[in-house]
Write a protein that binds this ligand. Sequence first.
Ligand SMILES: N=c1ccccoc1=O
Ligand SMILES: [Fe+2]
Length: 293
Amino acid sequence: QEGKILAGFVAPHPPHLVYGENPPQNEPVSEGGWEVLRWAYEKVRASIEELKPDVLLVHSPHWITKVGHHFLGVRHLTGKSVDPVFPNLFRYNFDLQVDVVLAEACCAEAQAAGLVSQLMRNPNFRVDYGTITTLHMVRPQWDIPIVGISANNSPYMLRLDESVEQMERLGIATRDAIRKSGKRAVLLASNSFSHHHFRVEPDIPEDMSKEHPQNYRGYKWDVKVIEMMRQGKIRELMEIFPQWVEESYSETKAGSFPWMMAAMDYPSYAAQLHGYGTVIGTGNAVMEWRAAA
Ligand SMILES: N=c1ccccoc1=O
Ligand SMILES: [Fe+2]
């Protein structure tokens, strides 16, 4: 039985979303906040419950590795993930299971594709807040094994087109490893879109009367790219990827989105928009591509 990618989600990771939900794993306590995005994630949770994948693979912009593309390579990881910028909002006690066999297979495929890639074997590794937030928001039960993938720093060290090319190879390597594994997988691109943000936090961080797009140009880009995704125009979107990144300071620069789109072979069917909202001014869309059964 060949493995397959069941669905892919753009699943942004502002830690504010976890803070707003008040789960037992997170130490700070809120009055709520960012409800529209958290309601959007309820639809993702329902999709994942329906799909019942064997594994969730997440690419996170906040696990930055300078030498190559890394994969979590320890079966059971626990600890406290603290957001370096928002420790007042996010101090999350995580406990997760890694599908090390699939991670090793993805790493081998990436190496065969000419990428520098390795497994992270430190049992005391503190998993980054982007990985934790995205996984909590899509599956708070933490009962599905995961594969965690780092964001190689190439977009910042190389030209953007060189880094996108690497992410495309990584996406195809991921897809091939999943196929050979026989597993039913869901991909998670853990990134916001427009990424200019406020520098001063409201007295009450969850005061939604203070929440709005940081700037108009970023918001217009968010609307533009969401509409292209809803119309299945991914190849056209990747043509303007440099402009998208440049003009809206999009977090997709880190590679999560190109990785997932390459793995799903640039879906020409419509993406489903579960919701859109800003978090300290950044644009966040929760979107689903459901592969044909
Ligand atoms: N991408 C982000 C967007 C908004 C707020 C906080 O953290 C983030 O990492
Ligand atoms: Fe981020």
